[in-house]
Design a protein around this ligand. Sequence first.
Ligand code: ADP
Length: 397
Amino acid sequence: MSKTIAINAGSSSLKWQLYQMPEETVIAKGLIERIGLPESVSTVSFDGDKHVTVKNIHNHTEAVAILMNDLKNLNIIAHFSEITGTGHRVVAGGELFKASVLITNEVAKQIEDLSDLAPLHNPANVAGIYAFCALLPEATHVAVFDTAFHATMPAVAYRYPMPNDYYDKYAVRKYGAHGTSHMYVAQKAADYLGKAPEDLKLITAHIGNGVSLTAIDGGQSVDTSMGFTPLAGVMMGTRTGELDASIIPYIMAKTGITDVAEVIDIFNKKSGLAGVSEMSSDMRDIISARDAGDEKASLAFDMFVNRIQKFIGQYLAVLNGADALIFTAGIGENSDVVRQAVVDGLSWFGLDIDESKNVFGADGIISTPEAKVKVLVIPTDEELVIARDVEKFKAQA
Ligand code: ADP
């Protein structure tokens, strides 16, 4: 009997899931929000109930202490020592981390040093790591990187066409993100298709608030839409996705914004669906408003679908054809409307959805039997991948 906790620490939040391993049973899960803000909220879901506490939580160290005490007070664990492993999602692993690693002081420091690549995420990830290492000194602590799955990309995909010095001296290149999710759904897709991952060419579409698509050849990521940071690629809930860099100085000159970081912040947090619709970053709101005749929401929806279709087109070219397209994450898993709209424009490539299978709650193949490129819906499970990686390290300990 051993328990492992999977942790996803954001700048003001901490999501967690506690597993019984090796059974892979979820014992409890929860979310702490508004860390560092007044009235932080901790929610623990356990045994069919939701326990919500509101109090001021100043930092991640406090958040972890509160979470661990909640686990005890709710009798989910009797002693801290029952948790023998912690797995931490780390957004940026740079060129240093190409696979999950056992956390040492040096590793924690290296993750901190990579904060330039994910300024909002890596410092929070490290704060979570330090807090758990302090509270559970005997446990196995593992870092699982969002970028690791993309370490197999060839230079032709990850290099930017700019002077070599920027890569050689400063490691400016495509790193990608959502790697754990792309890897998980690709493996599941191989199961559904009854083939070995080595024999498949797949395009995985992680479409949530953040959106990224990946071209996977023989089980390996060969290209992905996010770039040096998650700002790149397709249009997202609040991010622009790719655009012409010349727009940045132009907007600064026209608007009087003097700090380039402010423009990047607008491109990260106030653009995408939210920027174009001027009403919401949430796809459910966009679809309702579009259906009610809102033109801005309608344009936002169409642009969102168009950008996804264009990346699928790119990856059909990169892979020279594909066996399957996989939809996952909040929108990809739940929105039959978005899936249909995306695939509708791609019939020439051999994609075709069976409308009776493209329903809410779909899990598995949703294409027609004749479709040359199969279409699947697969709920992602990044926490499970993290918990499994921790188990591998526990076994080596
Ligand atoms: P994150 O990237 O923050 O993890 P998620 O993967 O949870 O995001 O996805 C959030 C998105 O999923 C939101 O835009 C939300 O509107 C969308 N979503 C969730 N359920 C549905 C649904 N039934 N129909 C359309 N969109 C949905």
